[in-house]
Ligand binder design. Sequence first.
Ligand code: PMP
Length: 363
Amino acid sequence: MTIYNFAAGPSVLPKEVLKKAQVELLDIAGSGMSVMELTHRGKEFSAIIAHAEETLRELMAIPENYKVLFLQGGASTQFSMVPLNLGLGKKAYYAISGSFGKKAFDEAVKLSKSLDIEPISLGTTEKTHFDRLVTFDSSVKNSDAAYVHITLNNTIEGTTIYELPDTGNVPLVGDMSSDILAVDYDVSKFGLIYAGAQKNIGPAGLTVVIIREDLLPTEPVLSSMLDYRILAKNDSLYNTPPTFAIYMAGLVFDWVKAQGGVNAMEKRNREKASLLYDYLDSTDFYQSPVRYKNERSICNVVFRTENVELDAEFCKEAEAQGFKNIKGHRSVGGMRASIYNAFPREGIVELIDFMKKFEREHQ
Ligand code: PMP
């Protein structure tokens, strides 16, 4: 039986990448050592991290005046690092269109209790279970705020920002955890981008931060490990970085490049997702909770049946048929097909066949 992994993260990786890592596992670049055994300050690892950065820069067309950082602590640590580094003494705006955006805002609010930070909500769609994106007016533009924080892809709720808001001089900060390299964004429109690696980049344990250099703090922040300036000055080697994850990320970047780059990935992802959405639109048996079609995520397709018992039965039968991890996030229930870059098209075609059969048997 073919296994299709619909997990939201950690999630499916390209087979070619896993095979290459397997071949190189015991001896990387003729060193006689595994990549996991290399010192992070040696020439072999220096070449690995430089290659990963270079390839990512090329893939995302990252301008020269941006630093690329390979950090740890997950995207969740960025919820604190962003206000700590960018927000001191200023207002910061948050558009809260999903659970992770809410977490980012809540973390800033927590810090504001003891630090001079002023997080302000630009609106939230929580009342309607984050079924749509927050839209905000142009008063934000050119205000004296430190930044506007948005979540590009709401992993749990299945919505995505495709058109970036115009925030004028106010830096746009984007949590791109679940659609980095899957949707083709213009990096120059952002002040800072962050992403946990475990969806479209590689194994968990690595967080990528892309920051415009003029936003690096000029004063030391609370702690060195949370200080972008120190991390940037040391080229992500202030302490021991997640070496294996960085190596794997480099292989995934090579793979994305071989697929034609981010724009080609987005086209493929759109086509893959539309197979599933077209089917969802053609039946009343399953529903998508996403309010507007133009906000539908091409990375996380969320759907459900008319009741929770049927959803549970769907997940059980799907699991038995090799469609793994299709259960929705524990906070929302239902189902979620996470179909990132490495998820194969044929897995979606087979899932739709299974969904049709399930519909026939349970109508
Ligand atoms: N933001 C988004 C959009 C996410 O999807 C996730 C994880 N699923 C996070 C933040 C939190 O990431 P981490 O688990 O790496 O802290």
